[in-house]
Design a protein around this ligand. Structure first.
Ligand SMILES: Cc1cc2nc3c(=O)[nH]c(=O)nc-3n(C[C@H](O)[C@H](O)[C@H](O)COP(=O)(O)OP(=O)(O)OC[C@H]3O[C@@H](n4cnc5c(N)ncnc54)[C@H](O)[C@@H]3O)c2cc1C
Length: 406
């Protein structure tokens, strides 16, 4: 089925490509407002690859409010990393930073449940494979195990991630740059007798003292370690999330890194072996810092990683959530607004003007975080100066306000 033959109206008001956190949040917002919403997701099953461990910034409160009753709790951590530099933020209401610790898979499940409860339709195993725009709708080619079919919607939103098909097919560029660093990330089991809590980190035989929850700068690169239980209380006590950061060379990112490649990276960075007994979800990523050169092409719009990616962690969901919330409000006005709204004054036109300056600021501070992680003389000098500056609590809180906004 494509167009509603009797009314000549598209079948759906909004079709969303991608059931990641941003597509699912947008679907929930729209469906709650009674907008007929279809989510098309290429993958047949949700991805098991661990991604974000939480939402940092103003979006933490927005999401907690929408998922009230799910047991998620927003906190203002007394310490938080800004790249490799620790921000000591203190406690109480003057700490400006909000964090919602939630594994991304759980977040997606909660947002999916909410979207479906409000009446959105989610079709997994259905990839957006092409589309054409007419004056009144977008005709979308959908490909899946069942073959191909076509659906129509008044609008299509690409929430289909950094490599967005929707963005490319709409002819929207993605300017920016790719980092020369590679991060290898894994979940590892380190037996209790091989690691001892000490100070703000751990003592590891053969390695010495490493700080937890932030990057340790070493001659060979960066190393981070965090007990999973600090992020997910249900996680086993001997399970840790670790990552190494080092020059990329010719390496390509992968979702399936061999354990020997992880061990070799650890050895280069730490100049020693890490005593882990098992490693899972080993992957590598290369930082990108890019923003779409348009957020809208006619009836096609972009949100989340499809619109922007950052070369330092922690801010992507904050920015993507704000995209979805801003866009949802505009759709509600456009599709459900008062009859006397001037049709020339299209609320969707304001989407890019609202989001681009905010995302520009996130690009700025994530690029600063990446620069602070540099291993050359300049990087070391930057870190030394920044550490002195943010030793002042007021300065640390001013930097945290950058993380909070999006
Ligand atoms: C290891 C790791 C750790 C991270 N940690 C953090 C963190 O701590 N904080 C943070 O804010 N962010 C973090 N991120 C980034 C965060 O995971 C992303 O910003 C987030 O997933 C983006 O959500 P999204 O919905 O925009 O896109 P995605 O989550 O990428 O979802 C896109 C969806 O679109 C689907 N899709 C693709 N093409 C099509 C198509 N043609 N048709 C239909 N569907 C399609 C994909 O299958 C996918 O399900 C991390 C990422 C990684 C990899």
């Amino acid at each position: 089925m494509g167009m509603d033959q009797d009314a000549g109206l598209p079948e759906w008001e909004v079709a969303i490509a991608g059931a990641g956190p941003i597509g699912l949040l947008l679907a929930g917002e729209l469906a709650e407002a009674g907008i007929r919403t279809l989510v098309l997701e290429a993958a047949a099953e949700p991805s098991a690859i661990p991604k974000a461990n939480g939402i940092v910034g103003r979006s933490a409160r927005d999401i907690a409010q929408r998922l009230a009753g799910s047991g998620l709790r927003v906190v203002s951590p007394p310490q938080f990393p800004f790249g490799p530099v620790a921000l000591h933020l203190g406690s109480g209401p003057r700490n400006p930073l909000h964090v919602l610790a939630v594994p991304q898979r759980r977040l997606e499940q909660l947002l999916e449940d909410r979207a479906l409860a409000h009446g959105a339709l989610l079709r997994r195993g259905h990839a957006v494979a092409g589309f054409v725009q007419t004056d009144s709708c977008v005709q979308i080619d959908v490909r899946g195990a069942h073959g191909e079919n076509r659906v129509s919607a008044a609008y299509l939103v690409g929430c289909d991630g950094a490599r967005s098909f929707v963005r490319k097919h709409a002819g929207i560029g993605f300017p920016g740059f790719t980092s020369d660093q590679i991060a290898r990330i894994a979940r590892v089991i380190i037996p209790a007798d091989a690691i001892t809590p000490a100070g703000d980190g751990f003592d590891i035989p053969g390695i010495g003292r490493v700080a937890a929850m932030r990057s340790n700068r070493l001659p060979g690169g960066g190393f981070s370690i965090a007990p999973l239980a600090a992020l997910d209380p249900a996680a086993p006590a001997d399970l840790y999330l670790i990552s190494t950061h080092e020059p990329r060379g010719t390496a390509e990112p992968s979702d399936d890194v061999p354990v020997d490649e992880l061990r070799a990276s650890i050895r280069r960075v730490l100049s020693a072996d890490l005593p882990f007994t098992a490693a899972t979800a080993i992957r590598s990523t290369i930082g990108n810092s890019r923003q779409a050169d348009a957020y809208r092409a006619g009836r096609v719009l972009l949100a989340g990683d499809a619109a922007h990616i950052f070369n330092a962690g922690g801010s992507s969901l904050n920015a993507g959530v704000q995209d979805a919330l801003d866009l949802a409000r505009r759709f509600v006005t456009t599709l459900r607004g008062a009859a006397d709204v001037d049709p020339i004054d299209d609320p969707l036109d304001g989407y890019e003007a609202a989001r681009r300056p905010a995302v520009d600021r996130v690009l700025e501070h994530t690029r600063v975080q990446a620069a602070l992680s540099g291993d050359d003389e300049t990087g070391r000098a930057l870190r030394a100066v920044w550490e002195k500056l943010v030793a002042e609590r007021a300065a640390a809180r001013a930097v945290a306000r950058l993380l909070e906004a999006a």
